[in-house]
Write a protein that binds this ligand. Structure first.
Ligand SMILES: C[S@@+](CC[C@H](N)C(=O)[O-])C[C@H]1O[C@@H](n2cnc3c(N)ncnc32)[C@H](O)[C@@H]1O
Length: 309
């Protein structure tokens, strides 16, 4: 198993209650799950992933361990997924958002601009439309917005126009076609321009509707925490971190219930307390060893004992 991102702080913050019930919402290549099993000695670990190929690999790796339940599920439906295996409350929930290196490194998945493969980009290949189809029916306006919001791409409209034109002309079937189209739009043909990575990232986020699932998944994760239980979330770019920050801060504020006419009815205590005033980031050694970890940010909360439902 590889060493997962921010493994030290993630395990330290997650494991306030060893021998409890833990949930890994994004088990991926199994790195964090393996560490949870090794260091926290949980009574039960429920490991989810929306990627069927990752789930097959996780089942063959952890299949013999009676403490582990591997589920092919989207964490956007976390509560239902856990209820389906008889789990109502968890002592620790980990969500390590985004793409795994296994997915990125497999040309057949279409996530990487560095290798040519079918332009798929779905995390769950059994669900929804792939990136090639998505781009054929997307408007220039919608794609411009996607590139700006999910990739902070600057010349967004110019690139969006080129991509939509290529898609509609049937010239966008592989990740190589997409990389070439971006280069041509920016008049850079000798090597991939900086924007290539962020355009790929933005399209991937849209194809998988990632930020919607992240928001829903985090809200449900807060709900399933037992009193004293902890939620740790790791994000990799500003759009993801914004969602994590908003959901966790909201859960850490007193909740105000209102009358239908708008008057305050009652103040209920917050659901959680923040454990990380500022996000935890990789130290210099980890950032040097793993360039993909460089943008990682970790936030954590603990469910308060008196907070009710
Ligand atoms: C950054 S990787 C996690 C790597 C993992 N922590 C490890 O140690 O190997 C993210 C994983 O989350 C999965 N994923 C992304 N969005 C998901 C979602 N909405 N529901 C379930 N899994 C998701 C991806 O398929 C990928 O395998």
């Amino acid at each position: 198993m590889h060493i997962p991102v921010l493994a030290g702080p993630a395990l330290e913050l997650l494991g306030a209650r060893p021998r409890g019930v833990y949930v890994d919402c994004t088990a991926g290549a199994g790195g964090h799950s393996a560490l949870i099993l090794e260091r926290l000695a949980p009574e039960r670990l429920i490991a989810l992933d929306r990627d069927g190929a990752a789930v097959d690999a996780l089942r063959s790796h952890f299949g013999g361990d009676p403490r582990v339940t591997v589920l092919h599920e989207n964490y956007g439906q976390l509560k239902a997924a856990l209820a389906g295996v008889g789990c109502a409350k968890a002592d620790g929930v980990l969500l390590d958002a985004g793409l795994s290196s296994v997915q990125l490194d497999d040309p057949a998945r279409g996530f990487s601009f560095q290798a040519d493969g079918p332009l798929d980009m779905r995390m769950d290949r059994g669900e929804g439309e792939d990136a090639a189809v998505f781009l054929t029916r997307t408007s220039v306006e919608a794609l411009t917005q996607i590139l700006r919001e999910y990739g902070d791409v600057r010349p967004a409209r110019r690139i969006a126009k080129a991509i939509v034109a290529a898609a509609r002309a049937g010239r966008l079937n592989t990740s190589g076609d997409l990389a070439k189209t971006i280069g041509e739009a920016l008049d850079v043909t000798h090597k991939a321009p900086e924007e290539t990575r962020t355009v790929f990232q933005a399209i991937r986020i849209a194809v998988n509707d990632e930020l919607t699932h992240l928001e829903t998944g985090l809200r449900q994760a807060v709900d399933v925490l037992a009193p004293g239980g902890r939620l740790v979330v790791i994000t990799f770019h500003s759009g993801e971190d914004r969602v994590a920050k908003t959901v966790l801060r909201e859960a850490a504020r007193p909740r105000i219930e209102r009358h239908p006419d708008g008057r305050d009815r009652s103040r209920r205590p917050p659901l959680v307390k923040l454990l990380t005033a500022r996000p935890v980031t990789p130290d210099a050694t980890e950032a040097r060893a793993n360039p993909r970890a460089q943008s990682a940010k970790l936030r954590a909360v603990e469910r308060l004992p008196t907070s009710g439902g």
